[in-house]
Design a protein around this ligand. Structure first.
Ligand code: XMP
Length: 513
């Protein structure tokens, strides 16, 4: 396996991404964790030193342990990783003097071509993406230059004897169009076969879960979303009925959702599952509440209480399973800067693990979302389930601005079902990242048949996105929108007006609250 030492670059996860695409197994670890002992234990076959925001000129700035350079394995340093390599191996790094480079740059080759650059410089120069303030002013002994850019005379350097490579730019980003080739060359040089597959991951993960858990009991909060479902199925495969899932029905689920989840996990996977029907409790506590943050806090707190209550029934559970994904781990590493990662609040059941003295089992920590989907397919989860749009923990509560009532929730569920049915019928579901209906806290006047109506208005939402961080509204045809509005008004009593939300994110958010 390959070790990526993270110095805090915003794009470190993209390095992992490129390597996964090459079917090479890698792990990212923050520099603080990478000690001599860690390196000896990890025994990497190759190491990549990531970029990062620090300056090696500052004595406090992060360093890899010296022992990384005596492992005898290929090393690739990127941006800060290059500078720290040069600095540690006897070169020199300087600040400023007009040699900062941000954005697009072009690298041209020197005379000699090396294997790292196979497939490079076919058009004499390569576009790369630079982002550096400091620059290498003297390369370390043993290194030679194999590529230069106007502001980075040492854009590509290598010590071929030791198989140390160091580049000033970021080959992992989209704006270095030929960057993937450079990684491909590097992993080939390091002797990787590119034989890491989802099937292999499944086997590894199962072995790791068995080792971590032993014969202890594990509980898992199942939301019906893809991540927790894949985690549950994987853990169940590893430890069978030592796993109990708790599915909390807070009354804020979509039409038919609770039945679907319970049926699949109980009947299809034969998993011990506690179906906690807590609709009364949640809807009671939410009665009269219209402030969005208050809603979220109430739901979050009740969720923990309910989960804890039912988890106690399992008796003696020592572990809590979560579907934490790789981007969540990385985000918290890069921003908190510490080895103890804070998982995004909506991905973990509050302070539960500490409160209940539980340890975490997070078998998806190394995976990206689409890899989780691939693992789900590998585990035999139905395609329709794996491709489901994301659904937020607080559920329909944040799609019902203003006070939540059972009546509004029922109307919302019906309208949402019609809308999603329309999207599926028109074969648009997989093109859209997320789609849902929000019921608005206003009634408007209409005329149906010969009568006056005074019913709720609703808004349709559909967005395209890669990660939910930014989003654009989906450009439905007028025909689709018209047909859908007619169907909702005809089929859903209580709604007499339909609008389409054409706000992108930013400035809007995807959900309405
Ligand atoms: P926003 O509304 O912030 O949503 O643009 C971005 C994505 O996150 C989902 N979301 C949540 N997911 N718990 C979750 O599990 C939450 O509290 C939560 N709030 C928003 C939202 O559905 C969208 O996919």
């Amino acid at each position: 396996r390959l070790l990526i030492i993270d110095f805090g670059s915003q794009v470190t996860q993209l390095i992992a991404r490129r390597l996964r695409e090459l079917n090479v197994y890698c792990e990212i670890h923050p520099f603080q964790n990478v000690t001599d002992a860690f390196l000896a234990e990890f025994a990497p076959k190759a190491v990549i030193l990531s970029g990062g925001p620090a300056s090696v000129i500052d004595t406090e700035s992060p360093r890899p342990p010296q022992s990384v350079f005596t492992l005898g394995v290929p090393i690739l340093g990127i941006c800060y990783g290059q500078q720290v390599m040069m600095h540690e191996l006897g070169g020199e790094v300087l600040r400023g003097h007009g040699t900062a480079e941000f954005g697009r740059a072009y690298v041209t080759p020197t005379e000699e071509r090396i294997d790292l650059l196979t497939g490079w410089f076919l058009d004499t120069r390569e576009q790369v993406w630079m982002s550096h303030g400091d620059h290498v002013s003297h390369i370390a002994p043993g290194f030679k230059v194999y590529g230069t850019s106007p502001n980075a005379p040492f854009a590509i350097t290598a010590d071929l004897d030791r198989q140390f490579y160091a580049v000033q730019f970021h080959p992992e980003v989209h704006h270095t169009p030929n960057g993937a080739t450079l990684y491909e060359n590097f992993v080939k040089l390091a002797g990787f076969e590119g034989d890491w597959t989802m099937g292999a991951y499944r086997e590894q993960a199962i072995a790791a879960i068995r080792e971590q858990v032993g014969d202890a009991k594990v509980i898992c909060g199942l939301s019906g979303g893809v991540d927790s479902s894949v985690a549950a199925v994987l853990i169940h495969e590893a430890i069978g009925d030592q796993l109990t899932c708790v599915f909390v029905d807070h009354g804020l689920l979509r039409k038919g959702e609770a039945e679907e989840v319970v049926k699949m996990f109980r009947d299809h996977y034969h998993m011990p599952l506690i179906h906690a029907d807590e609709q009364e409790l949640f809807l009671g506590e939410l009665d009269g509440v219209s402030d969005p943050e208050t809603k979220r806090k109430i739901i979050g707190k009740l969720f923990i209480d309910v989960f804890q209550k039912h988890a106690a029934d399992v008796g003696g559970a020592k572990f809590l399973a979560q579907g934490t994904l790789y981007p969540d781990v990385i985000e918290s590493v890069s921003f908190s800067g510490g080895p103890s990662v804070t998982i995004k609040s909506h991905h973990n059941v509050g302070g539960l693990p500490e409160k209940m003295g539980l340890k975490l089992v997070e078998p998806l920590r190394e995976l990206f979302k689409d890899e989780v989907r691939a693992l789900g397919r590998e585990l035999g989860l139905p395609a329709s389930f794996i491709g489901r749009h994301p659904f937020p923990g607080p559920g329909l509560a944040i799609r019902c601005p203003g006070e939540i009532t059972r009546q509004k929730l029922d109307i919302l569920r019906e309208a949402d079902a019609v809308y999603i049915d329309q999207i599926r019928k028109h074969d648009l579901y997989d093109e859209i990242w997320q789609a849902f209906v929000a019921i608005l806290p206003v009634r408007t006047v209409g005329v149906m048949g010969d009568g006056r109506t005074y019913d709720f208005a609703c808004a349709l939402r559909a967005v395209t996105s890669v990660d939910g961080m930014t989003a654009d509204y989906y450009p439905f045809s007028h025909e689709f929108l018209g047909e859908t509005a007619t169907r909702i008004i005809n089929e859903v009593p209580g709604i007499n007006r339909v609008t389409y939300d054409i706000t992108s994110k930013p400035p809007g958010t995807i959900e309405w609250e």
